[in-house]
Design a protein around this ligand. Sequence first.
Ligand SMILES: [Zn+2]
Length: 751
Amino acid sequence: MINKSLIALSLIVISGCGQNFSEGSQAYDFDQISTFDYTLDKSIQDKLESKVDSVLNPANLDKWMKHMSSKPHHGGSPWSKQNAEYAANLFKEWGYESSIETFEVMLPYPKIMKLSLVSPSKISFKLDEPPVKGDKTTAITKDLLMPYNAFSADGNITAELVFVNYGIPADYIELKRMGIDVKGKIVIAKYGGSWRGIKPKVAYENGAIGCIMYSDPKDDGYFQGDVYPKGAYRNENGVQRGSVLDMPLYPGDPLTPGYGAKGDVERLSIEEAPTIMKIPVMPISYANALPILKALSGPVAPASWRGGLPITYHIGPGPAKVNMHLEFDWQLRTVHNPVGKIVGTKYPDEWIMRGNHHDGWAASAADPISGMVSLMEEARGIGELLKTGWRPKRTLIYAGWDIEEPGLLGSTEWVEYHLKDIKDKMVAYINTDGTGVGFLGVGGSHSLEKLVNEVTSVVMDPVHKVTLQERNRARLRISNNADSERKDLRIYPLGAGSDYTAFIHHAGISSLNLGFGGESGGGSYHSIYDSYEHYTRFSDGDFIYGVTLAKVNSRLVLRLSESEILPFRFTNMSDNIQTFIESNKKLVKQIKDDTETRNRLLDQNSYTIASNPKIAYDAPERLSTVPDFNFSDLESAYKQLLSSAWKYEKSIKSNRVGNLSQKDKVLINKLLRDVEKSMTLDKGLPRRPWFKNMIYAPGFYTGYGVKTLPGIREGLEQRNWDEVSDYITEVSNALTRASMKIEKATDIINK
Ligand SMILES: [Zn+2]
């Protein structure tokens, strides 16, 4: 369910320093580190990697996409099950142990979806998306679901409407200043500005009884470019489907929080499930939003709220009044996760996992089949190595996740069900989702940043014929980014939005997420217009970037599987963690400054004196004083981490590594892969114990967007001062635990 606009933003980078570290008289150079030192035979590895490259064939991606996206394949549909079997059979054909693992999860389908304007005039809206000329997939109606938001509440409600911009917390602060209350009203919000599930959640918290979301043409419609079928952008009838499950609380099956939804396990009732939305929510097109927004009066919306429709945007409330009538079937449905496995010869209990979801909202070629077919070609490439008699040292697992779109159900249930084995055995999880053309975006655990850069500095961009890293660097240079000359380009920290979530945030497994984007453009996201025809006309039509993604991921997998000592690099990790600490400290300063400014302006009565007497606009609220926070424990813990990371670098470069026994290597590798887990905390984050990673989390009020050192950052943003101090301690302890793991590994090498 990755949104392309997020991939485009993925190269935004936080500036940092601390690239070298001196201990005693010797200074070590950050740029000299390589994951090849003594732990991986470069000539053997090169042969494996180029053998995979040589068999990759874009025609396979094309053929599989055509097949898999030929019919609607949302979770629980016949074609989704067919696609799972299709992938499982191919895994088997390529030499993998193959199976389909199932779970039984709550997944409601729409039964009744009705929307009408009841005053000042009467309109009953047509809510489906009509077919377009030249794209026969868009004419398929068999097994196609009405556009809907999964996990909306049932309801038949009539109320006045209020336009709330993107419907995020900041918009409600503005509404309050305008004297507008949404209590008892239905709100209409634009898509964008946050993950969609935040909008109804915040609407409900503010007393609204229903929520309508629409795609404004300014965001992904005619304002951006020609609309489909002429161009790639959203036409007036395109609707963005999508989940509104409260995933920042916990993703996956809402009825089985924290455990696998297998067989007849105990399930919460729908009323008890805290992640199911409490009010009715529905998505509509801009053709339908236009007459509704036009019928609003009240204050004119602030300039930054206005979209691209040919109207003056008013806020309301009313006189526009709408009726929403939604009913869902609230059924348990079956997850089908195809899983292919090759058991490792030397370290069978160390697992490298790849995954991409296979379910979509309709025919869904870009999201997710484009990524799924790249994963399949990569798996086939590795299968070709098996034919030569080669076997990986570690166990490789390839999965196609089902029911991702409604809330990461297939992957989350898999992780929860296998949690003990995953914690014991999994080395890394590498995720892909929809992919397109342009720049390689990479997010993930910063202990893998070095490895990622080693791979992106050898794989070539298929159009520009420079390395992927060089192309990304050129873009950073043009935007004058402070890190454009850093040897390793930074990878972005992971929030949520795809199947890595349960791995990194719940189980504490080092994870990556990769995909091409930035030049695909378009507005077919989660509509019936995300089709094979649309993808091949406007995105990676010759599948060369899909093949390039397979080259990148097969290298990551093979280097993780073949390195005698796992290729984690904690110098990179420490350097990034330092930027997270610094940005949290900056946030403290900014909140203090903003608080003082606000309160001074209130003392001077400036808001009132400067206001336009013809427009009702209240002064903002006075803010409580921000206390001083003590970051010194966190800074010492960071220094210890940095020191441990460099001592480890020094030892791994020594020739002692070549003489380690297999038993020692197993011990070292266990310690290395436990570093990420050691930075999790069982009690988790405030009010959401499912999220256990102390370094990264999706924002409670942003959804997809990441929060680094989330316990501290969200405490600051939400002004919960006690939590800030509490989590400064928890993060310090997490860094100390990580240092101890690294030091133990170093001790074994040096003994
Ligand atoms: Zn997706």
